[in-house]
Design a protein around this ligand. Structure first.
Ligand SMILES: [Zn+2]
Length: 222
């Protein structure tokens, strides 16, 4: 039974948020997405997010967050910055406060469109040291948003305790394994599906995929 409530999924067109989108579609009567533009390295990322929403018939909201890049130039948006571990031990893809800003805007949008549930694909398991992917932060922000807007939003994080192989497993359970595998873009070099295979994001994605496929095969042989 689907809840007769509305949800908004913070959506990038990558593996995690697409899995969250299918998760939401299974649970909520109405699902919309919000995609943030912040000068991504590759326009392909936005194209991919748009194409997925179009194919699934989902209303997508795009918000321009270029100002974030103005404040915090980083390797996700600048071609001249390598993706690596920085001097502070965090990957150069880290944008301080990004999820704080994104999820706050997502909540303002949710309020406007009458959505109670805000769904994001953050995960503490693979959080690569990003402090604003952690469960404590999400719970704290949930309280703050509700106090700030006198509302009762529910921040949902279906991937919080899953590793990448379990995210693949979840997409399979949702009947979306092939869709996620072929139509999402996670690669830092802008290559769809299985990606370039060498960037840190591809390594994580493909490693998880191999682990899951290994488990699935072992299960099928039993
Ligand atoms: Zn890649």
């Amino acid at each position: 039974m689907k809840k007769k409530e509305k949800a908004v999924v913070v959506f990038s067109g990558g593996q995690d948020s697409t899995t969250c989108l299918f998760w939401a579609l299974e649970r909520f009567e109405t699902v919309e997405t919000v995609t943030f533009q912040y000068g991504q390295r590759h326009a392909a990322e936005l194209d991919c997010a748009r194409a997925i929403c179009e194919e699934l018939g989902i209303r997508q909201h795009e918000l321009n967050m270029d100002l974030l890049n103005q404040l915090a130039p980083n390797a996700l948006t600048r071609d001249d910055q390598e993706i690596e571990t920085g001097e502070d031990g965090l990957p150069t893809t880290f944008v301080p406060g990004r999820n704080l800003v994104f999820f706050s805007f997502a909540a303002i949008l949710a309020r406007q469109i009458g959505a109670r549930h805000i769904i994001t694909g953050v995960s503490q398991t693979d959080f690569s040291g990003y402090p604003d992917c952690r469960d404590g932060f999400i719970k704290s922000l949930n309280v703050t948003l509700n106090l700030a807007m006198d509302d009762d939003f529910v921040l949902q994080t279906p991937l919080m305790w899953l590793d990448k192989s379990e995210v693949w497993e979840l997409s399979d359970q949702l009947g979306a394994f092939d869709f996620v595998r072929e139509k999402t873009l996670t690669c830092y070099n802008g290559v769809m599906g299985n990606g370039c295979g060498t960037c840190p994001s591809c390594e994580l994605r493909n490693q998880g995929l191999e682990q899951y496929l290994g488990r699935r095969t072992a299960g099928a042989l039993k």
